[in-house]
Design a binder for this molecule. Structure first.
Ligand code: FO1
Length: 313
């Protein structure tokens, strides 16, 4: 039985789990609804980091160690940009730049981001459907003790060292879900909130008007995977942000955020002791190995989640 899967994804956690679904069901690739709040313009080019992380991972071209960009990159263009006096703190590889050149050219011709993304993904041999959550400009702004920072200033330039006091998503009120997004949420058998940062990656997807409502209303089996394992983020600043925003730094803290958005909470073996308090919130709880080390680990976790639809917990 083939199960239609939609993954709400940020960067690397969503990318790896989506890859797992693509491996587990090769004839029924997942749909990924992806955050665009991290998008930025560098050297005049439109960069969509989360879309590209998902796209490169599904194409098998990702740099697995870094979790972003392409494997085997060279940096001749970036070196030359530095000689020309450009700021090069945002590392763009030569082949990655080709993606941004094509994306920017098409956007300037008036092609929507969703159509550009579909065409880039097809060119790279990706079967999965990659949907930016919106074609409209939404930009994550990070409130810190040093003031409000553009997302990549916070994340890359300042290495997410600033305390996060609040987040805003500039443009969100006017944003409309991209074509196919709401249908992907309401029409899925399995809707997965990826183990991505709840505030930086998942919230700017849910905050696009209509998306959170669709997640609440869908008949899909809704499964969230905790990005916090043993009180620490698998990657990135999720733990610090949970803390500064006053949440429990644990899978339980994450579960509370998703209480009305998911039916099943998937937590790591390391957090087995939290299964009971999470169940008290009303979730079915699955305790398993959530660290997706390599394609086999991704496929195994995806297979377990598919099993939740085949044999409901
Ligand atoms: N992350 C970094 O930590 N340093 C970088 O220089 C960097 C460059 C970069 C270029 C293209 C791209 O698609 C992603 C890139 N990332 C970089 C990752 C990215 O900023 C973040 O991982 C995401 O925005 C968070 O999900």
């Amino acid at each position: 039985m083939s199960i239609s899967v939609t993954v709400l994804a940020g960067g690397v956690g969503g990318a790896r789990l989506a890859h797992g679904f693509a491996l587990a069901q090769p004839d029924d690739a997942p749909t990924c609804v992806v955050n665009v709040g991290d998008d930025t313009v560098r050297h005049g080019l439109h960069v969509s980091p989360d879309l590209d992380t998902v796209m490169y991972t599904l194409a098998g071209l990702d740099d697995e160690d870094r979790g972003w960009g392409l494997t085997g990159e060279s940096y001749a263009v970036l070196d030359q940009l530095a000689r020309l006096g450009e700021d090069t703190w945002f590392t763009l590889g030569d082949r990655d730049l080709a993606t941004h050149v094509v994306r920017t050219a098409r956007l300037r011709e008036g092609v929507p981001l969703s159509a550009v993304t579909a065409s880039l993904a097809t060119s790279l041999g990706v079967d999965a459907r990659l949907l930016p959550v919106t074609d409209d400009p939404v930009r994550t702004l990070v409130g810190t003790p040093s003031g409000t920072l553009a997302f990549q200033e916070y994340f890359v330039r300042r290495q997410h060292a600033d305390a996060v006091l609040g987040l805003t998503f500039d443009g969100i009120e006017a944003a409309r879900p991209a074509p196919g997004v709401l249908d992907a949420v309401t029409g899925a058998d399995l809707l997965v909130v990826a183990p991505s940062n709840p505030f930086l990656s998942v919230e700017p997807v849910l905050a696009v008007p209509g998306v959170r409502e669709a997640v609440r209303a869908t008949a899909a089996r809704r499964v969230a995977v905790s990005p916090i394992v043993g009180g620490r983020a698998v990657k990135g600043p999720a733990a610090q942000i949970l803390e500064t925003l006053g949440h429990d730094v644990s899978a339980l803290g994450v579960a509370r955020l998703y209480a009305d958005l998911a039916d099943v909470m998937v937590i790591d073996d390391a957090d087995a002791a939290l299964a009971a308090p999470i169940a008290e919130l009303g979730f079915d709880v699955v305790v398993t190995d959530t660290i997706m080390g390599g394609p086999a680990g991704r496929e195994r976790l995806a297979g377990e989640l598919l099993g939740l639809v085949r044999t409901p917990a």
